[in-house]
Design a protein around this ligand. Structure first.
Ligand SMILES: [Zn+2]
Length: 288
Protein backbone atom coordinates (compact mmCIF):
# COMPACT_ATOMS: atom_id res chain seq x y z
CA UNK A 1 0.00 0.00 0.00
CA UNK A 2 3.00 2.31 0.52
CA UNK A 3 4.08 4.30 -2.51
CA UNK A 4 6.87 6.55 -3.74
CA UNK A 5 6.48 9.68 -5.87
CA UNK A 6 9.28 11.65 -7.50
CA UNK A 7 8.72 15.28 -8.49
CA UNK A 8 11.64 17.42 -9.59
CA UNK A 9 14.42 16.96 -7.05
CA UNK A 10 12.05 15.78 -4.30
CA UNK A 11 11.03 12.23 -3.42
CA UNK A 12 7.88 11.63 -1.39
CA UNK A 13 7.22 8.29 0.34
CA UNK A 14 3.83 7.34 1.75
CA UNK A 15 4.41 5.32 4.91
CA UNK A 16 1.09 3.68 5.81
CA UNK A 17 0.39 2.57 9.36
CA UNK A 18 -3.12 1.25 8.75
CA UNK A 19 -6.29 1.80 6.72
CA UNK A 20 -9.75 0.78 7.90
CA UNK A 21 -13.38 1.77 8.40
CA UNK A 22 -12.81 4.32 11.14
CA UNK A 23 -16.17 5.82 12.11
CA UNK A 24 -19.78 5.89 10.88
CA UNK A 25 -19.95 8.53 8.15
CA UNK A 26 -22.92 10.34 9.69
CA UNK A 27 -21.30 10.48 13.13
CA UNK A 28 -17.98 11.66 11.75
CA UNK A 29 -19.67 14.32 9.59
CA UNK A 30 -22.68 15.36 11.70
CA UNK A 31 -24.32 17.56 9.04
CA UNK A 32 -24.27 14.73 6.47
CA UNK A 33 -27.89 13.67 5.87
CA UNK A 34 -28.98 10.15 4.94
CA UNK A 35 -30.15 11.53 1.57
CA UNK A 36 -26.81 13.13 0.72
CA UNK A 37 -24.97 9.95 1.74
CA UNK A 38 -27.21 7.95 -0.61
CA UNK A 39 -26.60 10.40 -3.48
CA UNK A 40 -22.86 9.95 -3.12
CA UNK A 41 -22.64 6.27 -2.23
CA UNK A 42 -22.03 5.03 -5.77
CA UNK A 43 -18.78 6.93 -6.37
CA UNK A 44 -17.37 6.70 -2.84
CA UNK A 45 -16.20 3.13 -3.49
CA UNK A 46 -13.39 2.17 -1.12
CA UNK A 47 -13.89 5.35 0.92
CA UNK A 48 -17.03 3.85 2.54
CA UNK A 49 -17.22 0.33 4.02
CA UNK A 50 -20.19 -2.06 4.16
CA UNK A 51 -21.22 -0.65 7.56
CA UNK A 52 -21.24 2.94 6.21
CA UNK A 53 -18.05 3.81 8.05
CA UNK A 54 -15.63 6.23 6.40
CA UNK A 55 -12.47 4.36 5.48
CA UNK A 56 -9.44 6.39 6.51
CA UNK A 57 -5.78 5.76 5.85
CA UNK A 58 -3.37 6.59 8.68
CA UNK A 59 -0.01 7.44 7.19
CA UNK A 60 3.03 9.69 7.20
CA UNK A 61 4.74 11.35 4.29
CA UNK A 62 8.52 11.23 4.20
CA UNK A 63 9.93 13.98 2.02
CA UNK A 64 13.50 13.73 0.78
CA UNK A 65 14.86 17.03 -0.50
CA UNK A 66 18.47 17.52 -1.62
CA UNK A 67 19.17 18.79 1.91
CA UNK A 68 16.92 17.00 4.41
CA UNK A 69 14.76 14.00 5.11
CA UNK A 70 11.54 15.30 6.60
CA UNK A 71 8.74 13.29 8.22
CA UNK A 72 5.37 15.03 7.93
CA UNK A 73 3.05 13.76 10.66
CA UNK A 74 3.87 10.71 12.72
CA UNK A 75 0.72 8.58 12.74
CA UNK A 76 -0.68 6.67 15.71
CA UNK A 77 2.37 5.09 17.34
CA UNK A 78 2.78 2.03 19.54
CA UNK A 79 2.00 1.36 23.21
CA UNK A 80 -0.20 4.45 23.53
CA UNK A 81 -3.15 4.35 25.92
CA UNK A 82 -6.10 5.13 23.63
CA UNK A 83 -8.97 3.06 25.11
CA UNK A 84 -11.65 5.07 23.28
CA UNK A 85 -10.04 4.69 19.84
CA UNK A 86 -10.62 1.39 18.08
CA UNK A 87 -7.36 0.30 16.46
CA UNK A 88 -5.09 2.77 18.28
CA UNK A 89 -5.02 1.36 21.83
CA UNK A 90 -1.72 -0.23 22.98
CA UNK A 91 -0.82 -1.01 19.40
CA UNK A 92 2.33 -3.11 18.92
CA UNK A 93 2.59 -3.69 15.16
CA UNK A 94 5.67 -2.85 13.12
CA UNK A 95 3.94 -1.50 9.98
CA UNK A 96 5.30 2.03 10.37
CA UNK A 97 8.92 1.12 11.16
CA UNK A 98 8.85 -1.60 8.48
CA UNK A 99 7.50 0.97 6.00
CA UNK A 100 10.46 3.25 6.68
CA UNK A 101 12.89 0.33 6.36
CA UNK A 102 11.34 -0.67 3.02
CA UNK A 103 12.47 2.67 1.54
CA UNK A 104 15.89 2.36 3.11
CA UNK A 105 15.29 4.59 6.12
CA UNK A 106 15.90 4.05 9.80
CA UNK A 107 14.70 6.32 12.58
CA UNK A 108 18.17 7.90 12.72
CA UNK A 109 17.80 9.13 9.12
CA UNK A 110 14.96 11.58 9.84
CA UNK A 111 16.30 15.14 10.18
CA UNK A 112 13.03 16.95 10.81
CA UNK A 113 9.61 15.91 12.07
CA UNK A 114 6.72 18.26 11.32
CA UNK A 115 3.26 17.87 12.83
CA UNK A 116 0.49 19.57 10.85
CA UNK A 117 -1.42 19.70 14.14
CA UNK A 118 -1.27 18.01 17.53
CA UNK A 119 -3.97 15.32 17.37
CA UNK A 120 -3.06 11.78 18.41
CA UNK A 121 -2.84 10.29 14.91
CA UNK A 122 -0.33 12.94 13.80
CA UNK A 123 2.07 12.83 16.77
CA UNK A 124 2.08 9.14 17.77
CA UNK A 125 5.52 8.06 16.53
CA UNK A 126 7.09 11.25 17.88
CA UNK A 127 7.91 9.07 20.86
CA UNK A 128 8.41 5.43 21.75
CA UNK A 129 8.30 3.65 25.08
CA UNK A 130 11.73 2.81 26.53
CA UNK A 131 11.97 1.37 30.05
CA UNK A 132 8.66 2.95 30.97
CA UNK A 133 9.58 6.42 29.65
CA UNK A 134 8.54 8.19 26.45
CA UNK A 135 11.64 9.09 24.45
CA UNK A 136 12.00 10.68 20.99
CA UNK A 137 11.67 7.97 18.33
CA UNK A 138 13.91 9.85 15.89
CA UNK A 139 17.19 10.35 17.75
CA UNK A 140 18.65 13.05 15.49
CA UNK A 141 15.51 14.94 14.55
CA UNK A 142 14.35 18.42 15.41
CA UNK A 143 10.57 18.46 15.83
CA UNK A 144 8.68 21.46 14.41
CA UNK A 145 5.42 22.41 16.12
CA UNK A 146 3.33 25.54 15.62
CA UNK A 147 3.84 27.68 18.72
CA UNK A 148 0.17 28.70 18.73
CA UNK A 149 -1.00 25.13 18.30
CA UNK A 150 1.25 23.94 21.15
CA UNK A 151 0.10 26.82 23.35
CA UNK A 152 -3.57 26.00 22.75
CA UNK A 153 -3.25 22.27 23.47
CA UNK A 154 -0.99 22.92 26.47
CA UNK A 155 -3.78 25.08 27.90
CA UNK A 156 -6.39 22.39 27.26
CA UNK A 157 -4.06 19.79 28.80
CA UNK A 158 -3.75 21.89 31.96
CA UNK A 159 -7.53 22.01 32.31
CA UNK A 160 -8.07 18.33 31.56
CA UNK A 161 -5.21 15.90 30.79
CA UNK A 162 -4.82 14.92 27.13
CA UNK A 163 -3.06 11.60 26.58
CA UNK A 164 -1.50 12.58 23.24
CA UNK A 165 0.07 15.67 24.79
CA UNK A 166 1.26 13.63 27.75
CA UNK A 167 2.92 10.79 25.83
CA UNK A 168 3.74 12.21 22.37
CA UNK A 169 4.23 15.98 22.52
CA UNK A 170 5.37 17.14 25.96
CA UNK A 171 8.20 14.55 26.16
CA UNK A 172 9.64 16.12 22.97
CA UNK A 173 9.45 19.59 24.52
CA UNK A 174 11.01 18.29 27.76
CA UNK A 175 13.85 16.69 25.78
CA UNK A 176 14.50 20.12 24.16
CA UNK A 177 13.92 18.71 20.73
CA UNK A 178 11.01 20.98 19.74
CA UNK A 179 11.40 24.07 17.55
CA UNK A 180 8.39 26.36 17.74
CA UNK A 181 7.38 27.95 14.45
CA UNK A 182 4.56 29.93 12.87
CA UNK A 183 2.15 28.23 10.48
CA UNK A 184 3.56 30.26 7.54
CA UNK A 185 7.14 29.17 8.22
CA UNK A 186 9.54 28.37 5.37
CA UNK A 187 11.98 25.60 6.22
CA UNK A 188 14.13 26.07 3.12
CA UNK A 189 13.85 26.40 -0.68
CA UNK A 190 11.83 23.20 -0.90
CA UNK A 191 9.48 23.12 2.10
CA UNK A 192 7.03 25.88 3.09
CA UNK A 193 3.94 25.89 5.30
CA UNK A 194 0.44 27.15 4.53
CA UNK A 195 -1.80 28.18 7.43
CA UNK A 196 -5.03 26.13 7.23
CA UNK A 197 -6.86 26.75 10.54
CA UNK A 198 -10.21 25.27 11.53
CA UNK A 199 -9.71 21.59 12.27
CA UNK A 200 -7.41 22.83 15.02
CA UNK A 201 -6.47 26.44 15.94
CA UNK A 202 -3.21 26.66 13.98
CA UNK A 203 -3.23 23.68 11.63
CA UNK A 204 -0.91 23.94 8.62
CA UNK A 205 -0.48 22.27 5.24
CA UNK A 206 2.99 21.61 3.81
CA UNK A 207 3.99 22.93 0.37
CA UNK A 208 6.80 21.10 -1.44
CA UNK A 209 8.86 22.12 -4.45
CA UNK A 210 11.64 24.44 -5.48
CA UNK A 211 10.08 27.83 -6.27
CA UNK A 212 6.62 26.38 -6.92
CA UNK A 213 4.20 23.97 -5.28
CA UNK A 214 4.91 20.65 -6.96
CA UNK A 215 3.01 18.93 -4.15
CA UNK A 216 1.08 19.85 -1.02
CA UNK A 217 0.43 17.70 2.05
CA UNK A 218 -3.01 18.49 3.44
CA UNK A 219 -2.91 17.25 7.02
CA UNK A 220 -6.47 17.17 8.33
CA UNK A 221 -8.00 20.11 6.49
CA UNK A 222 -10.04 17.32 4.93
CA UNK A 223 -10.47 13.65 5.85
CA UNK A 224 -12.65 12.02 3.20
CA UNK A 225 -13.23 12.48 -0.56
CA UNK A 226 -16.81 13.31 0.45
CA UNK A 227 -15.51 16.57 1.98
CA UNK A 228 -13.86 17.50 -1.34
CA UNK A 229 -17.18 16.91 -3.14
CA UNK A 230 -19.02 18.91 -0.44
CA UNK A 231 -16.50 21.18 1.33
CA UNK A 232 -19.15 22.43 3.78
CA UNK A 233 -19.21 19.02 5.53
CA UNK A 234 -17.10 19.60 8.65
CA UNK A 235 -16.09 17.05 11.24
CA UNK A 236 -17.85 16.92 14.57
CA UNK A 237 -14.61 17.39 16.46
CA UNK A 238 -13.29 20.33 14.43
CA UNK A 239 -12.09 23.17 16.67
CA UNK A 240 -14.08 25.61 14.51
CA UNK A 241 -16.28 23.79 11.98
CA UNK A 242 -17.30 26.97 10.09
CA UNK A 243 -13.69 28.09 9.72
CA UNK A 244 -12.66 24.54 8.75
CA UNK A 245 -15.22 24.62 5.92
CA UNK A 246 -13.97 28.02 4.67
CA UNK A 247 -10.36 26.84 4.82
CA UNK A 248 -11.22 23.62 2.98
CA UNK A 249 -12.99 25.41 0.14
CA UNK A 250 -10.26 28.04 -0.23
CA UNK A 251 -7.54 25.33 -0.24
CA UNK A 252 -9.40 23.28 -2.86
CA UNK A 253 -9.91 26.41 -5.04
CA UNK A 254 -6.24 27.32 -4.70
CA UNK A 255 -4.99 23.99 -6.07
CA UNK A 256 -7.90 23.03 -8.36
CA UNK A 257 -6.83 22.40 -11.98
CA UNK A 258 -3.16 23.08 -11.18
CA UNK A 259 -0.22 20.68 -11.60
CA UNK A 260 0.21 20.53 -7.80
CA UNK A 261 -0.05 16.98 -6.48
CA UNK A 262 -2.41 16.86 -3.50
CA UNK A 263 -1.19 14.41 -0.83
CA UNK A 264 -4.01 13.80 1.63
CA UNK A 265 -3.50 12.55 5.15
CA UNK A 266 -6.50 10.27 5.35
CA UNK A 267 -8.03 9.46 1.94
CA UNK A 268 -7.84 5.72 1.28
CA UNK A 269 -5.03 4.53 -0.99
CA UNK A 270 -3.71 5.84 -3.30
CA UNK A 271 -4.40 9.01 -1.17
CA UNK A 272 -2.75 11.37 -3.69
CA UNK A 273 -3.94 13.00 -6.91
CA UNK A 274 -4.78 16.21 -8.71
CA UNK A 275 -7.71 18.38 -7.66
CA UNK A 276 -10.41 18.87 -10.27
CA UNK A 277 -13.63 20.85 -10.16
CA UNK A 278 -16.75 18.72 -9.76
CA UNK A 279 -20.03 20.65 -9.79
CA UNK A 280 -19.94 23.01 -6.82
CA UNK A 281 -17.17 20.92 -5.25
CA UNK A 282 -14.01 19.07 -6.12
CA UNK A 283 -12.50 15.63 -6.53
CA UNK A 284 -8.99 14.34 -6.11
CA UNK A 285 -8.15 12.49 -9.32
CA UNK A 286 -5.61 9.74 -8.75
CA UNK A 287 -2.59 9.88 -11.00
CA UNK A 288 -2.08 6.85 -13.21
ZN1 LIG B 1 -5.91 12.90 11.49
Amino acid sequence: MNSTIRIGDITIHRIVEKQYGFAPAREFLPTLTAEVLEENRAWLGAALDAADRLVLCFQSYVVRTPHHTVLVDSCIGNDKERPTRLGWHRKTDTAFIDGLAAVGLGVEDIDIVMCTHLHGDHVGWNTRLENGRWVPTFPRARYLFSARELDYWSGEHTRSPLVAMEDSVLPIVAARRADLITSDHALNDHVRLLPTPGHTPDHFAVRLGHGRDDAVITGDLLHSPLQARIPELSMGSDFNPALAALTRRSFLERYCDTPTLCCTAHFPAPSVGHLKRWGNGFRCEATA
